[in-house]
Design a protein around this ligand. Structure first.
Ligand SMILES: [Zn+2]
Ligand SMILES: [Zn+2]
Length: 159
């Protein structure tokens, strides 16, 4: 597992990523209806899952990057692209387990008092290209690095 940030070298904060929808992946800022999916294992009827799937993850709060790795040891060969979530991607710090209440996905407060933080919120209306967030995916093991801090996510940064 990666324990320090590849960009700034700071220690990564460990926690979990909560995923409540199918997440599509595309190397281009647009995805077809039959695009590849990432963060598999989300049990859903159609696009949305009733309960979020919790993935072990690590993040750097200064670079605003969230890294989801597989069990596999890997040096990572990241390719750039975009993820297209259909519901919010949320973060829970540490080893907390998030148990959704009846009000999920409208409430980020879990049953046991754990409050999930929103990392990526799809815009409304939910157009396919309006939900994208820059990300990088390892072509070897499938690890995913989500650049959740990019506020101009539909534009390229000018600098
Ligand atoms: Zn960093
Ligand atoms: Zn890898």
């Amino acid at each position: 597992m990666t324990t320090s940030c590849r960009r700034c070298g700071r220690k990564l904060e460990s926690g979990s990523l909560l995923v409540a929808s199918v997440v599509h992946w595309s190397p281009k800022p647009a995805v077809g209806f039959f695009g590849k999916t990432v963060l598999g294992g989300v049990v859903s009827r159609g696009t949305y899952a009733g309960r979020p799937t919790q993935f072990r993850a690590a993040r750097c709060t200064s670079c605003r990057v969230c890294l989801v790795e597989t069990e596999q040891a890997c040096d990572h060969w990241f390719e750039g692209g975009w993820i297209f979530p259909y519901a919010k991607l949320r973060w829970v710090s540490g080893d907390d387990v998030f148990t959704p209440t009846f009000f999920f996905p409208f409430s980020s407060r879990g049953r046991n008092g754990v409050v999930a933080e929103t990392l990526v919120a799809p815009g409304f209306p939910l157009t396919i290209s309006g939900t994208r967030c820059p990300a990088r995916k390892c072509s070897h093991c499938g690890a995913l690095e989500i650049l959740y801090g990019d506020e101009n996510r539909t534009k390229q940064l000018s600098a």
